[in-house]
Design a protein around this ligand. Sequence first.
Ligand SMILES: [Zn+2]
Length: 92
Amino acid sequence: MGAIDDFMKMLDRIPIWKRLGEVPSEVYDLKRRVADLEEKLGGKWPAEVCRYCGERAVRLMDHRGPDAHGIITELWTCGACQQTDRRPVKPR
Ligand SMILES: [Zn+2]
């Protein structure tokens, strides 16, 4: 067993080998965090961040158009501060 122990000690001196030993716990932590985020979203498309209050609560409420130039105007409203934002969009 001495040769194996010596080999394992030698591997521990290689930085990438030590780093590989840390990967499984990091992957587990990331999986848990992704599951938490998915649960928070509850199957919904994530809301956008409000430019006024900073909350992630802006959702598309309505749209108008397209106008003569093909522009659609979207109405976005923040569920936290109720600010609205009209955004012209040119469909592809
Ligand atoms: Zn807001």
